[in-house]
Design a protein around this ligand. Structure first.
Ligand code: FE
Ligand code: CA
Length: 501
């Protein structure tokens, strides 16, 4: 049963009722289950900040790399949310259920909270207490916040390097982090670190892969420091899948079964305010609203895209992908984006998504392109540009991951800088995933030869930070040495966008 306290609630927001959603009905708390070992091995996280709440996440897993090590029973997990890191001013608390059907993950929804406020949270279960996380609510929809500071991260291959990027990210002064895909990699791999298990294909496999990644203390620190907005790309299921098809000819039925299990494991390990369970189809696209300063659409460019008909490599694009029916987002998500991106005024309109959108050639048919990116979906990109050029979509910025290379690009129709600029694309560097060895310099030279390129670095790993105000969007490309476990971060490039309207 939910228990609400309002001790020392002194923010002058007396009308704000602090009423968490009851996580279970009275009398439904499960019997106490003894847990001889610390179940909080995977840290804590929060996400999807709204003006009145957010979701708080943890997972009970005393033996995280071997299925979790929990008894096959539901466990009550108590959570507390406070105005201070010492939990003197606890303003909301309740019990949530860690269900074995969802790997004893907890997605506790705190609602009724004051807007634009920082909080600290923790969980307790069977006498154990979790690490403390810090989170916040968004400003009210009609507020005019002075700034939004957020990080953009992507592509954190565990075996390719250390999470030096997360170690530094956790120290930044940010409101939140947006993650744009490749949180895990499904295949076995070794490098500075090793996955140590075969390619993930089942729910149990994917759970163990997430647990390995989430066992990293630097990743835990970055989650504990800020709320995250998370979406996925391909490697949360399998490399270069497209809609209902993988790239190795698996039957649709078998692939959708694998995808549903991968999606469930993703849900179990992410701080997302979404319905959980076995999800053959899982709508994860949603909107972050930061008052009248910024709206950020969090998109899914994988689940609903047209399967490749010309391959997923370097082209050429064939006529089979040149028709108007070709989609990157699917009809429902496209319509949702069109009706929600500018549903209320905001200075900045951001699109957080997976693959590079900027065109480089007048016609991509026959050109040397990357058909996994928007280059392979020209009609879908044209419709996206129509939306980004809508007068209500002021100051559009596209946030991208996937390619393991930091890039800043001006987007023009047909890749022709003589055409008006549609938007700026900021491609975040990978946390640890590497660019194709030996091809970095050539790729950089090729991009630098394009007039729309403002910055490119394929050699280094890191993350992006964005400081957004009513006048400017300042993007800083932060780089680290991911092969040195505790290297510092430096700013490799700063891109400043001026608000035009
Ligand atoms: Fe990647
Ligand atoms: Ca990818």
């Amino acid at each position: 049963m939910a228990i609400v306290t309002r001790r020392n609630f002194v923010l002058g927001l007396a009308a704000a009722a602090v009423v968490p959603v009851p996580q279970c009905s009275p009398g439904a708390l499960p019997d106490a289950v003894p847990l001889p070992d610390d179940p909080f091995t995977l840290g804590v996280a929060s996400g999807d900040p709204a003006p009145d709440g957010m979701v708080l996440w943890t997972r009970l897993a005393p033996d995280p790399l071997n299925g979790g090590g929990m008894p096959n029973a539901a466990v009550a997990v108590h959570w507390e949310l406070a105005l201070d890191p010492d939990f003197v001013d606890v303003i909301a608390e309740a019990d949530a259920i860690a269900d074995p059907a969802l790997a004893h993950s907890v997605h506790a929804r705190a609602i009724g909270l004051p807007a634009d406020t920082w909080f600290w949270y923790r969980f307790t279960a069977a006498g154990w207490t979790s690490p403390v996380g810090r989170t916040r609510t968004a400003p009210r929809p009609n507020a005019r916040p002075a700034s939004l500071r957020f990080g953009v991260t992507t592509c954190q291959h565990y075996a390719r390097g250390y999470y030096t990027a997360h170690q530094n990210l956790a120290l930044e002064d940010l409101d939140l982090v947006t993650f744009v895909g490749d949180y895990i990699y499904e295949a076995n791999a070794s490098g500075p670190r090793t996955h140590g298990t075969p390619t993930a294909t089942t729910l149990a496999d994917y759970r163990n892969r997430y647990a390995l990644y989430k066992s990293d203390p630097n990743l835990q620190a970055a989650h504990a420091a800020f709320p995250w907005m998370v979406t996925w790309d391909d490697h949360e299921v399998v490399n270069n899948y497209a809609g209902d098809a993988d790239s190795s000819g698996t039957s649709t039925t078998a692939f959708l079964e694998r995808r549903a299990q991968a999606y469930q494991a993703w849900y179990e390990h992410q701080p997302v305010m979404l319905p959980g369970g076995a999800n053959p189809r899982f709508d994860i696209y949603r909107m972050l609203v930061w008052g009248k300063l910024a709206r950020m659409a969090i998109l899914d460019g994988r689940q609903f895209r047209t399967p490749y008909r010309c391959g997923s490599g370097g082209g050429p694009l064939c006529e089979a992908m040149a028709g108007n029916e070709v989609t990157m987002l699917g009809t429902a998500q496209e319509q949702w984006l069109a009706s929600n991106l500018a549903a209320a005024p905001a200075t900045w309109h951001a699109i957080a998504q997976q693959t590079v959108m900027t065109p480089f050639a007048p016609s991509t048919v026959g050109a040397g392109v990357n058909l996994d990116q928007w280059d392979g979906y020209p009609a879908a990109r044209s419709r996206m540009f129509d939306l980004l050029e809508h007068p209500a979509v002021t100051n559009p910025v596209v946030l991208t991951g996937d390619i393991h290379c930091a890039i800043a690009l001006d987007m023009h129709r047909d890749g022709d800088v003589a055409n008006p600029k549609v938007a700026t694309e900021l491609v975040a560097p990978a946390v640890s995933s590497t660019f194709a060895a030996g091809l970095e310099a050539g790729f950089e030279a090729g991009l630098n030869a394009r007039p729309q390129t403002r910055h490119v670095n394929a050699h280094q790993r890191g993350y992006l930070t964005c400081e957004v105000t009513p006048d400017q969007w300042v993007a800083r490309y932060r780089v680290v040495d991911s092969l040195v476990p505790s290297s510092g971060a430096t700013t490799d490039a700063t891109i400043v966008l001026d608000a035009e309207t």
